[in-house]
Design a binder for this molecule. Sequence first.
Ligand code: URA
Length: 232
Amino acid sequence: MERLDKFLCDSGAGTRSQVKVLLKAGRVTVDGKVEKDNGRKIDPETQTIALDGEVLGGKRRIVVMLNKPAGFVTATEDAMDRTVMELLPVSLRAMDVKPVGRLDKATEGLLLFTNDGDLLHRLISPKKEVPKVYYARHEGEAAEADVQAFADGLTLRDGTVCRSAKLEPLGPGESLITVCEGKYHQVRRMMASRNMTVTYLERRQEAGLTLGDLSRGSCRELTEEEIRSIDC
Ligand code: URA
């Protein structure tokens, strides 16, 4: 927490005395409400401070959830393909958000972005074991032996050892897979190691967050409550 007048000065709004005048004139808002008290304590990480309607600092911590469609690569720029950044409105891109981990070009579903570097690292750190739930359509049928092999920790075809994961068969050629790490093409490679080639993949949950009614290709900012609910 810091004083509002100090924050305004540090953001280039003016000197202490100029800032006092701006506040008195009702030109400063905190979370959309006019604030005239220069000694007011604010948290720039979680609150939006604006002067004449223009957001200051640009440092407000945000987390964005995108329902990624197929055909976009998870990168901030790419010479060949369209990137997931192109699916965010300019106002969110201007907040310096970065994708949290990655989804393959063909994979759809929940992809988070944030400008909070600590949170990003916690979410992708293997130590934190953040659960991610995927829906897969695949060749073949998942059997009890596959469920057990996932639970025991699979060894991929290239010898990579995976942590224990959950495979839940939903019906012929359809399964839910929960993993707590993020190796390259992990779900596709895990399924391939059990002779079930994935033909469609969608991430449905991450860190307890779900897509809800967010339509494919759309994004929304998480609320502070949702951000606090992220357990990692
Ligand atoms: N596992 C994959 O194979 N692909 C993804 O995009 C995500 C997890």
